[in-house]
Design a protein. Structure first.
Length: 98
């Protein structure tokens, strides 16, 4: 279980640096005021950046390392989120009583 978490973190760190560069280049390429020469340079840079397109990231709970039923905003599984909400550890949420 722990090995999956470590492997996932390593892959995310490798991909994060390159993914950030690609996003910046895409943003710059959408600028219509750039001339053709600079656009071609940016396109060439974008092609040279190594991408890890064959990697599938698995969203995991940060507390239990569970891979099912995760909420992206909290990075927690639904079970742990419910426990934390019932204890009142997450501000702004109350238990709904009908």
């Amino acid at each position: 279980m722990k090995s999956k978490l470590i492997k996932d973190k390593i892959l995310r760190n490798k991909n994060f640096k390159n993914e950030y560069k690609i996003l910046i280049l895409k943003f710059l390429l959408t600028n219509s005021k750039l001339n053709i020469k600079t656009r071609l340079k940016l396109i060439n840079k974008q092609k040279k950046i190594k991408t890890f397109s064959n990697i599938k990231f698995v969203n995991r709970c940060t507390l239990t390392n569970r891979n099912r039923g995760n909420l992206r905003f909290f990075k927690l599984s639904r079970i742990k989120l419910r426990e934390l909400l019932s204890l009142g550890l997450i501000p702004g949420y109350k238990k709904a009583v009908w």
